[in-house]
Every structure is written in structure tokens, then in C-alpha cells.
Ligand binder design. Structure first.
Ligand SMILES: [Zn+2]
Ligand SMILES: [Zn+2]
Length: 878
């Protein structure tokens, strides 16, 4: 058998199923599309879910893919064994109500034995206990003897997720030979050891589970195949583990080179080598799909993986940053199947090195602090590190929880995860309170999932604001219904609509839908699954029934403002790439009638000069009156025009290309002005950082710019009026005022000084002697604590008194300071002692050191009484 490489095997599989009439589709992005139940795509079928459930109609009923997948469920085992990994590729052939068991089984056998050339005598199929149909196909049609077909129970060979479609599986195992076996008696297919490896899994989606364990036969039966590409390569290349197949071997070797070590020279080092080999693949692919490191969701998964890999690099003794360079190797070995890696190579490297640098800056500090925490814990005999400490490491030093856990585990210590989660939750709630989401009619979209997949809606509003159509679906705020009436919240779907649904960052249209006797105010237009366009709003007159003829009118003023902002966004992106460089990629965008917001990758704040340049380029493009053209073409043709595609976005075969003269070409489904001159004016109002490596620009266009300047002009006029001056004299006036202010302030200071000096010399005359101590009790109002303290220091410096008590009223409260010199302290008259009693008398409390103490109080009317009592207080102390 030939030892095909991973890239060859991938191509062989896809070509084989293309020859069986399957549509070959590119791997979907790791970021799930329209699926909130999943953080990251983790199987070949995950992105195809809407086709399986019938929510969307597949482009063909036979599809084949090689899907990039990431699973982080057992991340702590990655590295420890050679079995686990986070990144893998899943080969799959899928049937949506087309072929079923017979074809699926025959083709799996044909591919493995005839195309790849695996030895038939080493292959063993398994089936679900009572799936006699599968048994018959294997036994009679393929010719596998009965004793080589294994029957397994539900946990192994039945695919099921609660209620819904489910069905039996048929797997194919490969016997890798005795050297991989456990040697135990009865070691055979199904044994836990590494000898019999499962390479292929056919899922026959055959039944519907009603949730109570009652199974009914599905009308539309599906096939869902999964075969791990790396696993297949392990078998074909006859190597020990996935870390030895050609693509990972190259990566592993590069790491060994960097660390000056060899694989299999030291078990501990092998763990680190495997961790890095695996994680750098996930990291590279995630960034190429537009995921950026952050503390939330996918971004956090990326950060965890990246930092874990960085730490294991240190364990291997690799100095400095190395992961960005290592990602080059991932790109080299995988760009055959994923050309986007090559396209984004520079960007990927930049993101990795920024994150790695950041981590390197804090890791020493964090490790130092963690070491201290561990030492303290060990000295106390503790076995669990406090959740707050774990959170501090996470929040301040960027230590992902699992990294802290891993380091603790090496010392036999646990992390208080509950406590950590509580701290996280507190932080999240605070963050959430700062955000507010407005989603008309709430978030429960499940009721719309029952709408027939065959019902679609077409957007006809690129060049019209009004259109007649027929109502196809109606919903109240709780259910799909036949009619909605005056006063009700609801949803209307029609065959053809001029309303643009929120998409690609552009906010949907608002407006009205009217019928012969009804009126519906559209507050929000959104897309439902399967591309259906839903108008959400309220019936303001009459009633609406399914089948009614209606006229749909969008708010054209708002639409036109939105168009200006959307077209300006395209010009802005081009200008940013011109001024800052081609690493600028769109990371997010929001286009509303009022303004535009554009998030993009860039690694430092823009300078005033850069912002000015960008503004000028956009303004020039507006002044050049560029014609805006839209064309629908194939993705291939679009790429030839050099159109900028959205990072990590999945496009259909047909795409819409929006061009503005020769200046900008982008793939875009949004609405635009017909000529850039219609944008009128453009102004950037802010530029800020929103995450590591991501900047945000907010800008306005058209009449909003006029309003913006009008506002500035008005406040300018107000300032002039207030200062009783005009434009020509304003600056001079402000300078004069500032100078005057400065003079007054210094005059004030010197006056205060004079007054204080005078009172000091006056006061010195009122010293009384108590218990051999010279005591001075003095009232000074309207002075803050600092001034009083300074006053005491002056008395002491003059040697006027041994004990000084100064009190005064200020803003309705009492300020009190007591000072004692060394002689007084030696006799037991510490300032702290005296002030305790004095403070109580003015309704306060306080304390301080022996030589100086301060206190506040709430009873200014008692100040004089207190000062009179000072000699008694002192006598009472001795
Ligand atoms: Zn075994
Ligand atoms: Zn656009």
C-alpha cells in the first residue's frame, strides 16, 4: 500500500465522492454561521445542520466536504497522550434525503479498499445491535463473513441527541497489528487499546425520537459520514499516532529544532512538543477565520491555546517568542487544502506575535506571584488555591484558568474553580450591565423554525422603495397565525419585499406595510433561517390575513442616509489600507442612518496625521463623483476583479460585487448610493482601540456632518458671548483671563500666609501651662486639614508650645489637629491620646501617631467648649 500524505488523502476523498455525483464544498469557517448553540465548528456535519433539519435547502442533495474542526473538551489531556488533539480535519459525505445505507456502505468500502488500498483482511465493520439491514449489506453484498461483523449497543453505535432525528451507525475498524495491541486475552474490535482503530463512521439518520423513547421512521432519511483525516493517515502511513503523520511530523520537527531537542528523548519534553504541535494548528486556523484573542467566547479559547503553547515553549527552553514563526510551518503544510492560510499569512503572524509578546511581558510577573501563592499555601498546609487568587492571575496577568490549574497540578494543588467562576460572573454582569441589546419581540426565535423551508422571500429593494406583494406568513409575538389585528405586535413575511434585512453590518429598513384596510408599522427587518425576510412591528390599523395583497413602503430618508454611510464605509476601508497598509482587515461594521462604525485590524492608535490623510482620501473619492456599480458574478470571477472579501466569511457560488470607479471593489450585499458624490461630506468623529490589535473608527456623512459642525459653531458662539468678545479677539481674551487667574492665585497665597503668621504670633501669647507643659488651644476656621497641620508644625518649629490643639469649622464640619513635641510624648501626652477625647466632644472620632493626630467632627457649635476643656483633658491623662 502506498503511504499517501495527508494532502493527497484529502484530495482523493473529495474526488472520489465528486465522481459519485457529490457537490464538493469548501470547508466552512470555524465560526458557526447563524448557530448560537455552538462556539466553534466541531464536526463535519455541524455547519450543514440547517440542511439536515430541512430549515434550508441544500445546493445539492449529495455533498462532500473536508471540514476544519476544533474540540477543546479535553484540552488538559492534549499533550499527555498522543491520542488527543484540539485541531483535526473531518472528511464527510452527506446525503440529504437522497441515497441511504446501501450506497453509503458500498462507497465507504470501495474508497478504503480500492482507492486507498487498505488490506480487506484487516478491516472489520461494526453495526448497531438489531440493524439487520446493515448486517445484510455487509454480509451478503460486500461479502464479509458473519464472525467479522461486530454488533455494538447504543452507547457505541447509535447516534442520538435527545429528541429529534437519530439513528444507528456502522463503523469500520482497522487492525493495526499486534505491536499496537494490549496483548490481553480477548483483545479484539472494541478493545480500549490502540490495535483496532476506528477510521470510518456512517450515521444512518433513520428515526425520529419523540423525546419519550418512541421511534418513528423518518420520511427523509439522511447519511452523515465522519472520518478523521489524520486518523486515516495514521493507518495509511502505518505510524504510531497523529503526531507522526507527515504534516504534523514537519511541525514537530520544527519545534524540536527550535528547542534543540529530539522527540522521544524525554517524556516530559514530549508532552510539551505535542501541546505546541497541536495548539499552533488550532491557533493558526482560528485567526485565519477572523477570530481574535480576547477574554470572551471564541477569542478566549484562542487566547487559552496560544498561551498554553507559549508556556510549553518556555518549558522546552525556547527563548523569546517563537509561535509566529511556527505558524509559517502550519501554513506551508496545510495551504494545499486551505489557500486562505497563505493569503492571511502575514496577518496571522502579526496577531500571534502581538499576543505572545503581551503574554511574555506578564508571564514572569504572573509566575512569580503564583509561586508566592503556592509557597504560602504550602506553608499553611492548604491544598486548594483560593478562587479570588486564581481570578487575579487570570484578570491581571492573563493566566487562563487551565494554565493555572496545570501549574498547580504539578504541585498537587487544586484551583477553587467555583470561586473563580463567581468572580468571573461578577465581572461579566458588570460588563453586561454596561451593554444593552434591543431586539424587537425578544430573542425567542424558535416559533419561526416551524415555517415551511419552501417558503422564501426575495429582496427587491436595491433600487426601489415601494413594492406590492402578497402575505405568505404571519406571526403574533407568540405563534405563527393566520391573522393579526389592530394593536398586536407581530411579524409579516411576503413573497417580495423592498425592505432590507439587517445583514453584513447594515441595519435593516423601517417603514410601513399597508393593505386595503390595514396598516402595519415596521420597526425592524431581520433575516430568519433559510434567508427568509421577516418584518417585525405593530398593527396600527385594521387587520392582516395570510394571502392579503399589500404595499410595502420603506422610510426612504433613513434608507438614503444608510446608503451614504454604507458607501462611505467602503471608501474608508480602501483609504485605511492605502494609509496604514494591507494588514487592515474588516473586523466588524455597523451601518445605520445616523453614523457608521468600522472595526479593523491595526496594532497601534492612529496618529492625527494618519486620520487626516484618511479623511482626505475619502473626501477626494466623494469629490471625484465615482459611479457605483453592482454586479452579480461567480466567486471565481469576483476574485479576478480583486474584490475585497470579508475576512473568514462564507460566500455562496454567486456573489454581488460593488465597485466605486476604479477606487474600491468589494463583495457586498448592502445598499449603496448610485454615485459617491451623493455622500456629500465625510467626517471621522472618533478613533479608539477596542481589543488587542483591533481599532474602531466612527464617522458620519452627509447632513450629519453639517449638523456636527453646526453644533461646534454654536458652542463657539456661546463661548464668545459669555466672554463678551468676538472671533478675532477670543484667543487674546482667553490668554488674558488665564494670566489674571494666575496672578490672583499667587496673591491669594501670600495673603493667607500673612494671616497665618499673624495668628501664630498672636496665639503664642495665649499659651497656658498645664502639668509642666506649655499648652496652646486655638480656633482657626475655614482651613482644611492640611493648613491646620502646617500651622501646628509652625508652632512646634518656633518652640511656642509642647502641646498644640487647633480646631475650626469648615463647611459645617469640624477639622481638628493635635500635635505633641518629644517632651510631651515622654510624659505620656501623645497627640493620639489627647485627640481621642477631644474629638468625642465635637461629635467625631479620630487618631494618629504620637506626634500628630487628626480628626473630623459633626458639631462645630461645640468647638469653643472643647478648646476650653483642653487643660482638663490633659490633666485627666496624667
Ligand atoms: Zn487490546
Ligand atoms: Zn458593504
Amino acid at each position: 500500500m502506498e503511504k499517501y500524505g495527508v494532502n493527497t488523502l484529502r484530495r482523493m476523498f473529495l474526488e472520489f465522492f465528486e465522481s459519485k455525483d457529490h457537490l464538493k464544498m469548501k470547508s466552512f469557517s470555524l465560526v458557526p454561521h447563524n448557530d448560537n448553540s455552538l462556539l466553534i465548528i466541531n464536526s463535519g456535519m455541524a455547519p450543514l445542520k440547517p440542511y439536515f433539519t430541512g430549515q434550508e435547502i441544500p445546493p445539492r442533495r449529495r455533498v462532500t466536504t473536508c471540514q476544519k474542526c476544533i474540540r477543546t473538551g479535553d484540552i488538559e489531556n492534549v499533550g499527555k497522550t498522543a491520542r488527543h488533539g484540539t485541531f483535526f480535519e473531518m472528511l464527510g459525505n452527506f446525503s440529504f434525503g437522497d441515497y441511504f445505507k446501501t450506497e453509503a456502505i458500498h462507497w465507504s468500502w470501495e474508497f478504503l479498499t480500492e482507492v486507498v488500498g487498505l488490506d480487506k483482511n484487516r478491516l472489520y465493520p461494526s453495526i448497531y445491535l438489531d440493524d439487520d439491514e446493515a448486517f445484510r449489506i455487509w454480509n451478503e453484498e460486500i461479502g464479509i463473513p458473519e464472525d467479522r461483523i461486530f454488533r455494538f449497543g447504543k452507547e457505541d453505535n447509535f447516534w442520538e441527541h435527545g429528541a429529534g432525528p437519530c439513528g444507528p451507525c456502522s463503523e469500520i475498524y482497522y487492525d493495526r497489528g499486534e505491536r499496537f495491541g494490549c496483548g490481553k486475552e480477548g483483545c479484539t474490535v472494541g478493545c480500549d487499546c490502540d490495535r483496532y482503530m476506528e477510521v470510518w463512521n456512517n450515521v444512518f439518520t433513520q428515526f425520529e425520537n419523540d423525546g419519550n423513547g418512541n421511534y418513528t421512521e423518518l420520511v427523509q432519511k439522511n447519511i452523515d459520514t465522519g472520518m478523521g483525516l489524520e486518523r486515516l493517515a495514521v493507518v495509511v502511513q502505518d505510524v504510531d499516532s497523529i503526531f507522526d503523520v507527515d504534516t504534523l511530523y514537519a511541525l514537530r520537527n520544527r519545534i524540536c529544532q527550535m528547542a534543540g531537542t529530539e522527540y522521544h528523548s524525554d517524556e516530559k519534553k514530549d508532552v510539551s512538543i505535542r501541546v505546541i504541535t497541536d495548539h499552533i494548528r488550532s491557533v493558526t486556523f482560528m485567526i485565519s477565520d477572523g477570530i481574535m484573542p480576547s477574554n470572551e467566547g471564541r477569542g478566549y479559547v484562542l487566547r487559552r491555546l496560544l498561551r498554553r503553547a507559549a508556556r510549553h515553549g518556555r518549558l522546552l527552553g525556547i527563548e523569546g517568542t517563537f509561535l509566529a514563526d511556527l505558524s509559517d510551518t502550519v501554513v506551508d503544510v496545510s495551504c494545499d487544502g486551505y489557500p486562505e492560510l497563505r493569503e492571511k499569512q502575514e496577518f496571522i503572524k502579526k496577531v500571534i506575535s502581538v499576543e505572545e509578546d503581551k503574554f511574555n511581558d506578564t508571564i514572569d510577573l504572573g509566575l512569580g506571584i503564583l509561586t508566592d501563592m503556592i509557597a504560602k499555601l504550602e506553608s499553611e498546609g492548604g491544598k486548594v488555591l483560593d478562587g479570588e487568587d486564581v481570578f487575579r492571575l487570570y484578570d491581571t496577568y492573563g493566566f487562563p484558568l487551565d494554565l493555572t490549574k496545570e501549574i498547580l497540578e504539578e504541585k498537587g494543588i487544586e484551583a477553587d474553580e467555583e470561586g473563580f467562576k463567581k468572580c468571573m460572573e461578577v465581572q461579566r454582569t458588570t460588563a453586561r450591565a454596561a451593554r444593552k441589546t434591543t431586539n424587537y419581540m425578544g430573542a425567542d426565535v424558535t416559533i419561526y423554525q416551524s415555517i415551511d423551508a419552501a417558503i422564501t422571500s426575495t429582496f427587491v429593494g436595491y433600487d426601489r422603495y415601494e413594492h406590492d406583494s402578497v402575505i405568505s406568513v404571519l406571526a403574533s409575538d407568540t405563534e405563527i397565525t393566520d391573522a393579526i389585528t389592530d394593536g398586536m405586535d407581530g411579524m409579516i413575511m411576503v413573497d417580495e419585499t423592498p425592505f432590507y434585512a439587517t445583514m453584513g453590518g447594515q441595519e435593516g429598513d423601517t417603514g410601513v406595510i399597508v393593505s386595503a384596510d390595514g396598516e402595519f408599522k415596521v420597526i425592524e427587518t431581520k433575516k430568519l433561517q433559510g434567508g427568509k425576510i421577516a418584518h417585525f412591528g405593530k398593527v396600527t390599523k385594521g387587520m392582516f390575513k395570510v394571502g392579503d395583497k399589500v404595499t410595502l413602503k420603506i422610510d426612504s430618508d433613513l434608507r438614503e442616509d444608510t446608503c451614504k454611510n454604507h458607501s462611505a464605509t467602503h471608501l474608508l476601508q480602501k483609504a485605511l489600507r492605502t494609509v496604514l497598509g494591507t494588514h487592515v482587515e474588516q473586523q466588524g461594521s455597523l451601518v445605520t442612518p445616523n453614523r457608521l462604525r468600522f472595526d479593523f485590524s491595526h496594532f497601534q492608535a492612529m496618529t492625527a496625521e494618519e486620520l487626516e490623510q484618511v479623511e482626505k482620501i475619502v473626501s477626494d473619492a466623494i469629490a471625484d463623483s465615482l459611479e457605483v456599480k453592482t454586479e452579480v458574478m461567480s466567486l471565481e470571477d469576483a476574485k479576478k476583479t480583486g474584490a475585497m472579501a470579508l475576512f473568514g466569511e462564507k460566500y455562496g457560488d454567486e456573489v454581488r460585487v460593488v465597485s466605486m470607479g476604479d477606487f474600491s471593489v468589494e463583495l457586498c450585499g448592502g445598499t449603496h448610493v448610485s454615485n459617491t458624490s451623493k455622500i456629500g461630506l465625510f467626517k471621522i468623529v472618533s478613533e479608539s482601540g477596542i481589543a488587542a490589535g483591533i481599532r474602531r473608527i466612527e464617522a458620519i456623512t452627509g447632513s450629519a456632518v453639517v449638523d456636527y459642525y453646526k453644533k461646534i459653531e454654536n458652542s463657539y458662539k456661546d463661548v464668545c458671548a459669555l466672554l463678551k468678545t468676538d472671533d478675532s479677539m477670543l484667543m487674546k481674551k482667553i490668554h488674558t483671563l488665564l494670566d489674571e487667574n494666575k496672578e490672583l492665585r499667587s496673591e491669594n497665597e501670600s495673603l493667607k500666609d500673612k494671616i497665618n503668621k499673624a495668628s501664630v504670633s498672636d496665639a503664642a501669647k495665649s499659651v497656658t501651662v498645664v502639668s509642666d507643659m506649655k499648652v496652646l488651644a486655638l480656633r482657626v476656621d475655614d482651613s482644611d486639614m492640611n493648613s491646620l497641620r502646617k500651622l501646628c508644625d509652625d508652632f512646634k518649629a518656633n518652640g511656642d508650645a509642647d502641646i498644640i490643639v487647633v480646631a475650626g469649622a469648615m463647611d459645617g464640619k469640624v477639622n481638628l489637629v493635635v500635635a505633641s513635641d518629644d517632651a510631651a510624648i515622654a510624659k505620656g501626652f501623645a497627640a493620639g491620646k489627647i485627640i481621642k477625647q477631644a474629638a468625642v466632644m465635637v461629635g467625631g472620632g479620630g487618631g494618629g501617631r504620637d506626634n500628630m493626630a487628626t480628626a473630623g467632627g459633626k458639631k462645630p457649635e461645640e468647638i469653643d467648649n472643647m478648646l476650653k476643656a483642653v487643660p482638663d483633658i490633659i490633666k485627666g491623662i496624667c
